[in-house]
Ligand binder design. Structure first.
Ligand code: NAD
Ligand code: UD1
Length: 338
């Protein structure tokens, strides 16, 4: 297929481009590099021995985006839409920025797609659309609610995409709700490269292990979980990337709007993740247990059965694989792509 990948230079996008190239898809990436480097795509091409096209374009610039679609020698068959901002705390500080970059840019993308007769899209949604769930594992039919501007931007885009389909059923839309993506490609050449001090658990742990940060703070040890720390559904980024390949195959069946949880279905606590990381790397992760982080749910993990049944996809990599691959990437690239 001829694919347009927005945000393809980023963490999940670069791993997905790699899996798509392996399947011989033709790829055009648009990314404004606001949270990434073109180096990731250079490495993706090096690993696969295959080429992709890259345009440094901001999705807020509708004309530039339209020019990319118009300049294709072969029509784009489908779009995979990763581009967006993803830091919850920052979204609370700068809500307009988030709504503009996550919602307005998606409106631009859909308008340009429609104008060019491209009506197949896979959207990077998140388990954050389930809010703070009362019951786990969460399944796709639960009502959606955002608990912060980032989460609400994901709920809004899902609603917009549903409305677009209601108005014109030629569209096919895959809403992929990711749980907690971690890990890196087994080559150790591409991985997550956060700007500044990481917010998320695994990048923080690996920077402590390599000595860039002094110690990890475990946010909360008094939750009603087995060991008192929060439980999440961590998923290897390569499994997630493969999920996109499967979702694209699903879109070829003209399914309309479909939503899938992409997780393992298995929850691990923060303390279990630290233990797994220490076991597979042999490194110590000094940590202290502090108070809770505001907004955190005690437990969030998904039921991935729908993706298994309808996409013939399931996560295959273990928490140990996730930790080992994160560490390989961190050690080989202590300063990320710089
Ligand atoms: P990332 O920041 O590594 O990648 C996003 C990419 O989009 C970056 O390369 C960035 O430069 C680009 N971008 C941002 N705004 C843009 C714009 N206006 N125009 C063009 N490019 C733009 O993030 P990621 O972890 O790879 O996440 C990808 C998507 O998945 C995001 O939409 C995110 O919200 C969603 N998601 C991520 C997680 C996670 O934990 N990483 C979980 C659930 C959902
Ligand atoms: C966060 C976002 C979520 C987003 C997801 C993916 C919040 C409240 N939620 O999920 O909306 O979809 O990232 O980007 O920010 N932890 C520590 N110490 C740390 C860092 C994290 O103990 O230094 C704990 C957290 O309390 C949590 C777990 O580790 O229990 C995972 O945290 P994190 O990686 O930030 O992901 P989420 O909070 O699950």
């Amino acid at each position: 297929m001829n694919l347009l990948v927005t945000g393809g230079a980023g963490y999940i996008g670069s791993h997905t481009c790699l899996e798509l190239l392996k399947q011989n898809h033709n790829i055009t990436v648009v990314d404004n590099l606001s949270n990434s480097s073109e180096e990731s795509l250079r490495r993706v091409q090096q690993i696969t021995g295959k080429k992709l096209s890259f345009y440094k374009v901001d999705l807020l610039d509708r004309d530039a985006l339209n020019n990319v679609l118009q300049s294709q020698s072969k029509k784009i068959d489908a779009v995979i839409h990763f581009a967006g901002f993803k830091a919850v705390g920052e979204s609370v500080q700068r809500p307009l920025w988030y709504y503009q970059n996550n919602v307005q840019s998606t409106l631009n993308l859909c308008e340009v797609m429609d104008a060019n007769g491209v009506r197949n899209i896979i959207f990077s949604s998140s388990c954050t659309v389930y809010g703070n769930p009362d019951v786990v594992p969460v399944h796709e039919d639960l009502p959606l609610s955002g608990t912060n501007p980032y989460g609400r931007s994901k709920v809004m885009v899902e609603q917009v995409l549903n409305d677009i389909y209601q108005a014109d059923n030629r569209w096919n839309i895959g809403l992929l709700r990711y749980f907690n993506p971690i890990g890196a490609h087994e080559s150790g050449q591409i991985g997550e490269d956060p700007l500044g001090i990481p917010n998320n658990l695994l990048p923080y742990i690996s920077q402590v292990a390599i000595g860039k940060l002094k110690q990890l703070t475990v946010f909360g040890g008094d939750y009603s979980t087995a060991d008192g720390s929060c439980v999440r559904d961590y998923i290897h980024v390569v499994d997630l990337a493969v999920g996109h390949v499967k979702a694209l195959e699903k879109l070829e069946e003209n399914p309309g709007v479909v939503a899938y949880n992409l997780g393992t279905g298995q929850g691990y606590s923060v303390l279990e993740v630290i233990a797994a990381f220490e076991k597979v790397t042999g490194e110590k992760v000094p940590h202290i247990i502090s108070g809770r982080r505001s907004g955190d749910a005690a437990e969030c993990y998904g039921n991935p059965e729908k993706a298994k049944m309808e996409l013939s996809w399931q996560a295959e990599r273990s928490i140990e694989d996730m930790c080992r691959d994160t560490w390989r990437w961190q050690k080989a690239n202590p300063n990320g792509y710089c």
